[in-house]
Design a binder for this molecule. Structure first.
Ligand code: SDX
Length: 428
């Protein structure tokens, strides 16, 4: 029997059920609120509103905990691969050897894009933003998979579109990059890992195949593991919203790309590097920049800092910070932006402004330096974030349909003009 919450207002009293999750989070069930009281709740930005129950990812923002299907991100980062983590996020358990081999074979066999998609890339201008290309081409992909535009949640009718999107998103991303560079497309190989094949399609030349260092391939795979899911963030909620109208998985993830693109969300990884480059090139002192970021009258933010949920260190930022050093050492390169990042972090974490607001480095603060170290161009950073988040978006889309959730349709409180008569032109 669930504990009750009591709502009292204007002489009315309403008992509301509560729901307690497996990690003892408690939600007040307001599904009957409007029917019984005529009232709604108001929560712009949904900071206090749960849109669903979910078995996929657990975050404890106060303790800096992140788990996919119960497994700690620290363990998955150390011991898993992106393919194994994608299977876990999608299907809820760590795959047995044969399950993983079958899943990886499906991804490997689906790496090519239909030749007809090539001409769409040629229609984009060289300076087309890669996230715009990615979002568009995911919908173009649906044109070559019309038999898969369903809301199936199991069997080949789900597994095939899921694998096709997770696999083909690499070629779409790599070909978007090569189009912008005026380079011919590079076909995927069948003998490379998921991450290795992406790097091959990005950087190989006709007679000079790109062979990534093991550290580079592992760093990219780790980056993708860390981005695989993150419960009901802006872009995942967008995927659920679009999917709730029974639009296809392709159009839902295409919409997710659009939401992720924003500089407050996935676009922050580009903004962090641009911020660090500006500080470096203009010789701005980190101290002066931190002062600007604190100043309400300044447009500057300390990009890569702060989070709606984490009120302590984002565990992904901790892992990435450790990895960046390893990759730079393995590649025998040093990056002045890393020293600036360290300085900014050290300053921010001793400043009352940041401490009072629980502003810590988030996943984007160090991820850009890692991607830059392995040679990914800045305007492709958020595309890599989208590639990593595909399993999470797909798993959330699927969970929503397994739960047979109704179409998402929030209400509002109207604050506009009350009824008024139409005024003829000569009376205005
Ligand atoms: C991601 O939701 C997810 O899970 C997202 C994500 C995922 O994996 O899907 O984790 C990925 O999007 C990470 C976040 C990347 N974005 C950034 O790094 C952009 C910079 N950060 C901020 O814009 C902000 O912190 C947000 C958008 C991340 C969170 O915004 P909130 O929760 O709406 O918080 P807020 O803007 O209301 O800030 C609270 C206070 C404000 O000051 P006061 O009005 O209280 O005086 O903190 C200040 C803000 O001005 N603040 C910052 C700041 N972030 C918040 N001040 C300076 N620099 C910052 N970065």
């Amino acid at each position: 029997m669930s504990k009750k919450a009591t709502l009292q207002y204007d002489g009315q009293s309403l008992e509301l059920d509560t729901i307690v999750g497996t990690e003892n989070e408690t939600g007040i069930d307001i599904t009957q609120l409007r029917a019984k009281t005529g009232m709604i709740t108001l929560d712009p930005g949904y900071g206090n509103t749960g849109s669903c129950t979910s078995d996929i990812t657990f975050i404890n923002g106060e303790k800096g905990i992140l788990r996919y299907r119960g497994y700690a991100i620290e363990e998955l980062a150390e011991k898993s691969s992106f393919m194994e983590t994608a299977f876990l996020v999608l299907y809820g358990h760590l795959p047995a050897k044969e399950e993983l081999e079958t899943f990886e074979a499906g991804i490997r066999d689906e790496a090519y894009l239909h030749y007809g998609m090539k001409s769409h890339f040629e229609g984009f201008p060289d300076n087309a933003p890669p996230m715009a290309v990615l979002s568009s081409m995911l919908n173009v992909l649906s044109c070559y998979n019309t038999e898969l535009l369903t809301t199936a949640t199991k069997g080949p009718a789900f597994e095939l579109p899921a694998s096709r999107i997770i696999s083909k998103v690499r070629a779409i991303a790599a070909w978007a990059y090569r189009t912008s560079q005026g380079k011919p497309f590079m076909a995927p190989r069948t003998d490379l890992s998921y991450s290795g094949n992406f790097l091959h399609m990005m950087f190989s030349q006709q007679f000079n195949l790109y062979e990534p260092l093991p550290e580079v391939e592992r760093a990219l795979d780790l980056f993708l593991i860390l981005h695989a899911d993150h419960e009901q963030n802006c872009s995942t909620s967008t995927v659920r919203m679009v999917g709730s109208s029974h639009a296809s998985l392709f159009s839902a993830v295409s919409a997710g790309v659009g939401a992720l693109w924003g500089p407050l969300h996935g676009g922050a990884n580009c903004e962090v590097i641009k911020m660090l480059e500006r500080i470096h090139e203009e010789g701005i002192s980190p101290r002066a920049f931190v002062e600007k970021a604190k100043d309400k009258n300044s447009p500057e933010k300390l990009m890569g800092f702060g989070h709606r949920v984490y009120k302590s260190f984002d565990p992904r930022a901790k892992i990435l910070k450790g990895q960046v050093d390893n990759v730079l050492k393995a590649l025998n390169i040093s990056d002045p932006l890393l020293d600036i990042a360290y300085e900014l972090e050290e300053m921010a974490r001793s400043e009352d402004y940041f401490i009072e607001r629980n502003l810590y480095p988030n996943v984007d603060f160090y991820s850009g330096i890692l991607l830059r170290a392995i040679g990914i161009p800045v305007d492709m950073f958020t595309v890599l974030f989208a590639i990593g988040r595909m399993p999470g978006w797909i798993a959330n889309w699927r969970e929503m349909h397994v739960q047979s959730l109704r179409i998402s349709r929030p209400r509002q409180i109207y604050t506009g003009e009350i009824l008024r008569a139409y005024t003829p032109m000569d009376k205005r």
